[in-house]
Ligand binder design. Sequence first.
Ligand code: ADP
Length: 318
Amino acid sequence: MKKIAVLTSGGDSQGMNSAIRAVVRTGIASGFEMVGIKRGYKGLMENDFITLDSRAVGDILYRGGTFLQSARSEEFKTEAGQSKAINNLKEAGIDYLVVIGGDGSYRGAAALQQQGIKTYGLPGTIDNDIPLTDYTIGFDTTLNVVTDAIGNLRDTMSSHERVSVIEVMGRSCGDIALHAGISSGVDAVIIPEMKWDIEEISKKLVQGFENGKTHSIVMVAEGAGKAEDIATIIKENTDLDTRATVLGHIQRGGTPSAFDRVFTSRMGYNVIELIEKDISGVALGMETNEITYHTFEEIFNHEDKVDKTLYKIFKDLV
Ligand code: ADP
């Protein structure tokens, strides 16, 4: 019986559990033996392997986080670390490795592939910052978490006639801010990919209050600026009562959305199909509702661009 191992690596995201379950159950249904590796590449180097049967992935579909746990490892970036990992995989008789993680995890997976391990990537990150996939695992859930949090903030901001500057995750990618900005009807979105003008934003906020608004929300992606700094400038420019909120790790929590559960179930099915065809060194994604795959190199060489039409849609709707 051929063996498939699965691990989760880097920053966790909601839907990773659902992805593990899909890979494991589809693998078993297709006649593979399934192995779980605890704590990402760290556990891979430390031989922290567990056998996964169908029951082992019961009761996790609707849980956030990853029951295999995740870790970061500097050692794995070295040749010595990678040869430890490869020896462990060979000794355990593992034929295929599925890595659920973000860009860094993909780099590790590509390094293993180059050294003869048949490797597969699933895009596990809330940031939606992986090229050649419309969505990453957890992004949709995060949008729902952020949208709910903004709804709660709006209630109190409205009572006190305040401006709220909300900082969300996204170091180089403003997708959470832009999408949640649209879903929450905020007044301004500040993202790293687009130019922004704090004077213009300040003027618009003042106009809004003059026209009878009772509150305003400015959404900022962490890579574009700090909520506290932006709130201070707005306060100085407008004299409006302005407060900063950093949503932080709350964004990574919560039960995965129905979308993320279905998305990951589809990817589990498709990754086993690729394994059966012996196509490796690829990462899966979803493009225009099709599950697609690309080599790691293609993904590394492709720029993850912001959706400019969506940005325009936001601007038109404000
Ligand atoms: P994410 O996968 O969420 O982007 P990281 O960037 O922290 O998270 O990467 C997760 C892990 O992947 C790192 O701790 C490291 O072990 C491994 N990794 C990252 N970059 C490389 C690289 N260039 N080569 C090999 N392994 C890497």
